[in-house]
Design a protein around this ligand. Structure first.
Ligand code: PXP
Length: 242
């Protein structure tokens, strides 16, 4: 069964809109785990627009499944990760002006720098995932950089406007998952996945875990988080053979 890492950043987004105490990502974590999440993701951004340092410290103590810290490969973030010790760190590109993470990390163009960040984190006992576009060059570079996992960027698949484009993007993800495994990488995927488009991605046999945030939190506003997570797990596992 494919795992679901629930991204709770948007719970903090609502809280930060008023700079108050509620809603609390810590309470969201408990409900998501209760509903069957295999992990919890938070992105501590340089601008601290949603998740705060204190959230990460608190969640480290609270998360019973697995904490995945999404972060830029900066010295500041590496020091925080080494202090907090999440089970996994996912390195992502970060730009201040973006609404959410846009493209994948250019590992191919920065293999030495990213390799150094991967080494520091792994020496601290943290598994490292690199968020990359589903491209051969990026997969090979991720293997060279010493990553444990790659998270394949599903944004282009999710945003496809017609079926033909979506099928082509799906084929690219399937191919990348195979190539990644051949290179010795473990495969996660995420970005832009929702209740309608998740099935074919969850059915890729090499995929270990999906990282999903926006669609789950958006549904949770209406139906509650526990139900939203359970419904996502059901949507994920309809097409999956195992
Ligand atoms: N994976 C990565 C690397 C991300 O940056 C994000 C967004 O924070 C997600 C997954 C989740 O994307 P979404 O909120 O669209 O489900």
């Amino acid at each position: 069964m494919v795992g679901l890492c629930v991204n709770v950043d948007h719970v903090a987004t609502i809280r930060q809109a008023r700079r108050v105490q509620e809603p609390d990502p810590a309470q969201a974590v408990m409900l998501a785990e209760l509903a069957g999440a295999s992990g919890i993701t938070v992105h501590l951004r340089e601008d601290r627009r949603h998740i705060q340092d204190r959230d990460v410290e608190l969640l480290r103590r609270l998360v019973k499944t697995k904490l995945n810290l999404e972060m830029a490969a900066t010295q500041e973030m590496i020091q925080i990760a080494l202090a907090v010790k999440p089970e996994m760190a996912t390195l992502v590109p970060e730009r201040r002006e973006e609404l959410t993470t846009e493209g994948g990390l250019d590992v191919h163009g920065h293999v030495d720098e990213i390799g150094m960040a991967v080494r520091s984190l792994r020496e601290g006992g943290i598994a490292v995932s690199l968020f990359i576009d589903p491209e051969q060059d990026q997969l090979s570079a991720a293997a060279r950089a010493g990553a444990d996992f790659v998270e394949l960027h599903t944004g282009t698949y999710a945003e496809a406007r017609d079926r033909k484009t979506q099928q082509a993007e799906l084929a690219r993800l399937i191919q990348s998952a195979t190539v990644g495994r051949e290179l010795g990488l473990l495969i996660n995927a995420g970005h832009g996945l929702d209740y309608r488009n998740v099935g074919p991605i969850a059915a890729i046999p090499e995929v270990e875990e999906l990282s999903i945030g926006h669609s789950i939190i958006a549904r949770a506003v209406l139906v509650g988080l526990e139900r939203a997570v359970r419904e996502m797990l059901a949507a994920m596992n309809t097409d999956r053979a195992r």
